[in-house]
Design a protein around this ligand. Sequence first.
Ligand SMILES: Nc1ncnc2c1ncn2[C@@H]1O[C@H](COP(=O)(O)OP(=O)(O)OP(=O)(O)O)[C@@H](O)[C@H]1O
Ligand SMILES: [Mg+2]
Length: 302
Amino acid sequence: MKMAFQQELWQPKELDVATDQLTRTEEKKELRIPAERAQSVGQTVGKPFVDNPRMICREVNVYYGDKHAIRQVSLDIARHEVIAMIGPSGCGKSTFIRCLNRMNDTIDGCRVTGQILLDGQNIYDRQVDVVPLRAQVGMVFQKPNPFPKSIYDNVAYGPKIHGLARNRSELDQIVEISLRKAGLWEEVKDRLSQSGTSLSGGQQQRLCIARTIAVGPEVILMDEPCSALDPIATGKIEELIDELRQQYSIAIVTHSMQQAARVSQRTAYFHLGDLIEVGQTDQLFTMPRHKLTQDYITGRFG
Ligand SMILES: Nc1ncnc2c1ncn2[C@@H]1O[C@H](COP(=O)(O)OP(=O)(O)OP(=O)(O)O)[C@@H](O)[C@H]1O
Ligand SMILES: [Mg+2]
């Protein structure tokens, strides 16, 4: 059901189409174009592309069997940015970020088309090995999922299997640096041999972030990383995300528009599998260019 495009699209600002396609609605002083015309000039409004991107996604489609879950999405992920993915439940946020490290490969019947490049290399090329790819593009899930191992081993596991340490002291160093970057070292340095599952939910989530950092990622994907956490633990993760941006690109899915506004520089709004609008976060929340974005952020939809 594509009710979205039976509506008119609302554009308060300039639009990248010829002005003869625009008709002015006198009473509202808004610029409007017919929905069919907007579709024909491309569905995404705003700025999906950046200079010198870390990741490039072009015309990405995802199907679960016959279901077309992501449609023709083109988007760049910049270096040193946090980009938030927002939109109503079922719009494809998780499906889209799972494409970025081929996590959808693990789902039976899931098919991805289009191009996704990481530093110029198509990650869907036949010769790409998904094990190192998933280290380069790490993922943090909604529910903290530490391994049933010690705190130390949770972080050391990845570097060991990827052969990143030559000896125990190098491994110790990677574990400490990763836990420090995840803002957890001071809280756990005296109990590294205790089980990761003995930590609080917020600490477990930071442990999962440390585990992701330990294998030297370039991009970190986070799918609602705070939805199981209280406001204090959430605040700590949000501060951490801001620090991590110095080194990594971060794509975060969130249902909290306040969180998107606090942590991200750009925001992407998805609706029924379409990428509707991408823009600077402050602009997107204060001056959305698309009516669907406006309806969502003002609580009229979703
Ligand atoms: N494994 C799957 N098999 C079949 N369909 C799926 C699968 N995963 C997701 N879908 C469908 O794809 C669409 C997008 O789902 P997705 O989980 O990506 O949405 P979302 O935006 O992350 O939603 P939420 O905010 O609820 O997490 C939905 O219609 C969903 O039912
Ligand atoms: Mg989801």
